[in-house]
Design a protein around this ligand. Structure first.
Ligand SMILES: [Ca+2]
Length: 493
């Protein structure tokens, strides 16, 4: 007998008693999960960017906890998303890159334990607005879990409700929509895809509040933004908002890189923007100004959603998660994309606002990983906990942001290699699908070690430097022991 049937029966018998109408919603918080694309870790004002304006995201951070050292587990969209959606690392999910099908490669044990499925099983309405998995055709069964899918391809056989809003098609200038472009999109604010995703999300929240049905469930609502992924195009207002002359040159120019084959071998090859030739200094500033325009644009669209939460009172019982799906290089190391093991790719924004959390308003400087997000939501929302989780709940940090925590973050890329990253050092081993580790070593490239306190942009490779031999040994051990070795004993699951 379903809860819906029981509650209907009780309402019939006892004249509308609220026994089963209010309690489930109060017991379980709603979750709004905001994902932005390819987001540099310090592009938001609250992360210290002195130029780029993000008042709405800053306000979210001011009311929640902002994680200063948050790291994704993979360098490509498909891999990082599969990792945080399943709470497992790329070696376990077997999704390392953007050309791999989650459905085909994911081990059987994950078949019914992705993020939306766990929420659904716990009695939530699950809604997706915008990109969630990298591509729907890579994860059709996983995406089909959602009760409602908006502004995203629908898996074959999915039979959910029709779109809540209908938009007129706008004619976009296709010559502009190639990745290498940046500047004015030529679209009105209302006609941008991310604005529409915001409007859909706002409408869904407003409809949710109006819904007085006795079997109303809490929601797990994903609201994604396609920007600031390339092309760095936004409406005129945003595209012209930042004067390129005020943008500093990117840090870590090629001339600063020492003994770092991984970079010198890939210099000039950017998969997203500046594909053909390295950016000139002016082009770099223009592209960064355009990127900032995209970020302020999505901040406005996210602001509408967060304002709606407040206006409707839903903010009091809604957890808000905001992450970039991974980081991005904005010209440092002459790189303009992700697909690296450097901090630019691995570090990304992460803000968590849990109503009533003791440490709301604070910044957490502990190292956290995106693989921790699912265990945290499981903990906060009382979801069933799968055995295979490879992250830990961040709930203790919501009570004390200074609690001693994990001392390293890990990333693996099937083509590049592996990295372990502490606050003081990063250590990388090269090797993968295209060139094995033994070949790299035979070529004389054993790996890379960076002293992040002295060299925060990872330009001077200290591998086998006698002054760092102890440090190197520790990091080699940590990388090979894996993520559990980075946890304080009290939190090892
Ligand atoms: Ca991405």
């Amino acid at each position: 007998m379903t809860i819906r049937f029981i509650s209907t029966l009780l309402i019939f018998l006892f004249g509308g008693s609220a026994i089963f109408t209010e309690e489930p919603q109060k017991a379980k918080p709603n979750v709004l999960f905001i994902i932005t694309e390819d987001t540099h870790w310090n592009v938001f004002g609250c992360y210290g960017n002195p130029i780029c304006k993000t008042p709405n995201i800053d306000k979210l951070a001011a009311g929640g906890i902002r994680f200063e050292h948050a790291y994704c587990q993979a360098s490509a969209c498909n891999a990082t998303r599969t990792s945080f959606i399943h709470g497992a690392r790329p070696k376990t999910t077997r999704i390392w890159n953007n050309d791999q099908s989650t459905q085909e490669r994911l081990p059987e044990k994950f078949a019914h334990t992705n993020m939306p499925q766990l929420f659904k099983d716990a009695g939530y309405t699950t809604i997706d607005v915008g990109k969630f998995y990298h591509r729907v055709e890579f994860a059709p069964d996983q995406v089909a879990v959602f009760d409602r899918i908006e502004s995203y391809a629908k898996p074959q056989g999915w039979n959910g409700p029709p779109p809540i809003l209908n938009f007129t098609n706008v004619r976009t200038d296709l010559t502009k929509r190639t990745n290498s472009n940046y500047g004015d999109s030529g679209l009105n604010f209302e006609d941008e895809g991310d604005t529409r995703r915001s409007q859909i999300t706002v409408t869904l929240l407003e409809e949710y509040v109006k819904d007085q049905s006795p079997d109303k469930k809490p929601f797990f609502l994903v609201s994604s933004r396609a920007k600031p992924h390339t092309p760095y195009l936004s409406p005129t207002k945003y595209a012209t908002m930042y004067d390129p002359a005020t943008i500093p040159d990117p840090p870590a120019p090629v001339s600063s890189l020492q003994d770092f084959p991984y970079i010198t071998r890939s210099t000039g090859i950017n998969p997203d923007i500046f594909r053909q030739a390295p950016a000139t200094p002016d082009e770099a500033k223009n592209a960064i100004a355009a990127y900032y325009g995209c970020v302020t644009f999505i901040d406005d669209t996210i602001g509408s959603v967060l304002d709606t939460l407040e206006k409707t009172g839903l903010d009091k019982n809604t957890i808000v998660v905001l992450i970039g799906d991974h980081g991005v290089h904005l010209g440092d190391h002459n790189m303009w994309s992700k697909y690296s093991m450097l901090e630019g790719t691995q570090r990304a924004p992460f803000i968590l606002r849990v109503p009533g959390a003791k440490e709301n308003g604070k910044v957490c400087n502990e190292i956290v990983e995106f693989v921790d997000i699912l265990p945290t939501l499981i903990d906060l929302c009382g979801l069933q906990k799968p055995k295979h989780l490879e992250g830990v709940s961040l709930k203790p940090l919501l009570e004390n942001v200074e609690k001693p925590w994990k001392n390293a973050a890990f990333l693996v890329d099937q083509d590049l290699g592996e990295v372990v990253r502490t606050k003081k050092y990063s250590y990388m081993e090269f090797g993968g699908r295209t060139q094995s580790r033994s070949t790299w070593v035979a070529d004389g490239y054993k790996g890379a070690l960076f002293d992040l306190e002295k060299d925060p942009y990872e330009t001077i490779n200290l591998i086998d430097n006698p002054a760092y031999s102890e440090v190197q040994k520790e990091l080699v051990d940590l990388l090979h022991q894996g993520w559990k070795a980075a946890l304080p004993p009290s939190t090892v699951p």
